[in-house]
Design a protein around this ligand. Structure first.
Ligand code: 6LW
Length: 506
């Protein structure tokens, strides 16, 4: 809905972010006419969403690379915003290679696949590679270099995970700038380019680059560094950084990178997490120059593909959940199944509220600043409902039992029941409406309003609470994720017939 809309003259408007919602740390590669892209997924299971595109503008999620317990272990005590950080995706020697850090225990892991939609291999551990944000690059003679945040590099055998030699420091970015990270090494023309992020992933984020004649350097920094940053500007897209480069089949160059869209007054709150944006890249004197970053994209110089719209409704008629559905830490079938009651998603509680890291929650990323979400829930054998989740300590929910419908808010150490309403009896439609702040009349105004309620027997919305969305923002909660909206069970078994998500403008 938001991705393509009609401009006044009937032209097509292409929106940036190209992958909206909590999809940070993009890494991209091209094989022939196909582009593939992966993102970080932190504490969510399955992990590392994989996207496909033919035009770099319209992306379709084709899977999650780590979708089996043998690939992704996120123990119950693993922290939110822990888990999987900053993958790199490459195609080499007829295979796809994915390297990612599981900061919640398993460290750096390598996976391979012939089809990026999966299945991906079991992990090849890399115990000798220390540091986050691992990158993979192959020299002309087949030597494989793994480069990590810091920035340092070590030669590895990607088939065994063995390190061959000691890590060597490469280039740490602008002197004094914090957090040199997100390295990606590309061989372009006569140079090896080392792209990094620096300044931290908040408002000072940026992308800088250096080049050398070999993958090991020495590296000469670009005189125009940072080549991308929005620090100190009032641009509607902030925190731009953590990029990767890719060349189109026509020879043009592009950067994918993360950014956020803050709303509201001061200091500005972003609620959708860090999203994936696209910008054109040109080359001047052997250095990349990042073109305009705009919420409206200029069309790339090739035919655009027909976008594949995400259906508004999931009706759970099919056994497998679509890849957009994610859960904190794990999703055992004993707790989440479409088999128990055909055409319904059944969730069996583990933990008695969303405060519990093991709570049974199945959600999808909020991808639009303004959106409406509805679900039909049958609480006859339990207690559960519809929640907007940032982490265990920050969530709003509307919860149904046989007797009543409650609105609950958890913000940091505080937990409150804010409203209650008698249950209408039988299955009930619960609703969440998020309205982004369009005009700031008060510098203290929050980013959006989250209202939670139910539908009466005539389908009319009964609004039970209207809450300031800032408490479910990254600026308040901290961390690296974004809002996920979904269904949960807090006692017994709760059945969901369907779930609608529709995004609006603004
Ligand atoms: C990631 C680092 C970063 O590892 O944030 O924005 C960290 N960049 O590169 C978490 O996504």
């Amino acid at each position: 809905m938001r991705r393509l809309s009609s401009a006044p003259k009937g032209d097509t408007v292409l929106s940036n972010p190209v992958i909206p919602g909590f999809h940070p740390d993009p890494s991209v590669c091209r094989v022939g006419e196909d582009f593939y892209l992966v993102c970080s997924s932190f504490e969510y299971y399955p992990g590392v969403p994989v996207f496909h595109s033919r035009d770099l503008v319209h992306w379709t999620q084709i899977g999650n690379a780590l979708d089996r317990p043998s690939q992704l272990r996120l123990p119950p005590d693993s922290a939110s915003s822990g888990g999987l950080y900053a993958p790199t995706l490459r195609h080499h020697d007829g295979r796809f290679w994915l390297i990612v850090t599981n900061v919640s225990g398993d460290g750096n892991l390598l996976f391979t696949a012939t089809d990026p939609a999966g299945p991906w291999s079991d992990p090849i551990p890399l115990p000798g590679v220390r540091g986050i944000d691992p990158d993979l690059a192959w020299d002309d003679d087949g030597t494989c270099w793994c480069t990590v945040a810091g920035v340092s590099q070590v030669r590895i055998d990607p088939h065994t995970g063995e390190t061959l030699g000691e890590p060597q420091p490469l280039w740490s970015g602008t002197p004094g700038a914090k957090a040199p990270e997100a390295p990606h090494l590309h061989h372009i023309g006569d140079y090896w380019y080392l792209l990094i992020a620096e300044g931290g992933t908040e408002r000072c984020h940026g992308v800088s680059i250096a080049r050398g004649r070999t993958p090991q350097g020495p590296f000469e920094p670009c005189p125009a560094n940072p080549i991308l940053t929005h620090r100190g500007t009032d641009h509607p897209i902030q925190n731009t950084g953590h990029g990767d480069l890719v060349q189109g089949p026509d020879g043009s160059w592009w950067m994918v990178f993360l950014g956020v869209r803050p709303h509201g007054g001061s200091p500005g709150w972003h609620v959708l997490g860090r999203e994936t944006f696209l910008a054109p890249v040109t080359w001047v004197d052997g250095w990349p120059v990042v073109g305009e970053v705009s919420p409206v994209l200029s069309p790339p110089p090739w035919p655009l593909q027909e976008p594949v719209p995400t259906p508004v409704r999931d009706d759970f008629e099919h056994g497998e959940l679509a890849p957009r559905w994610i859960s904190p830490r794990s999703r055992p079938v004993e707790h989440c199944t479409t088999e128990e009651r055909p055409g319904w998603l059944s969730l069996r509680a583990r933990g008695d509220s969303l405060d519990d890291p093991e709570a049974v929650f199945v959600g999808r990323r909020q991808q639009d600043p303004t959106c409406r979400v509805r679900t039909l829930v049958d609480p006859a054998a339990g207690r559960g409902g519809l929640a907007v989740r940032l982490d265990e300590r920050h969530h709003y929910e509307i919860e149904a039992t046989r007797e009543e419908v409650l609105v609950i808010a958890r913000v940091g150490p505080l937990r409150s029941v804010l409203a209650s309403h008698p249950a209408p009896g039988g299955p009930v439609v619960l609703r969440v409406e998020v309205a982004a702040t369009r005009e700031v009349r008060d510098p203290r105004q929050g980013p959006d309003t989250v209202s939670l309620g139910l539908e009466d027997a005539e389908g009319r919305y009964v609004d039970l609470a209207r809450l300031d969305g800032r408490y479910l923002s990254t600026e308040v909660a901290g961390g690296f994720t974004g809002r996920v909206i979904g269904m949960y069970a807090a006692a017994g078994t709760v059945h969901f017939d369907w779930f609608d998500y529709s995004g609006g403008e603004g």
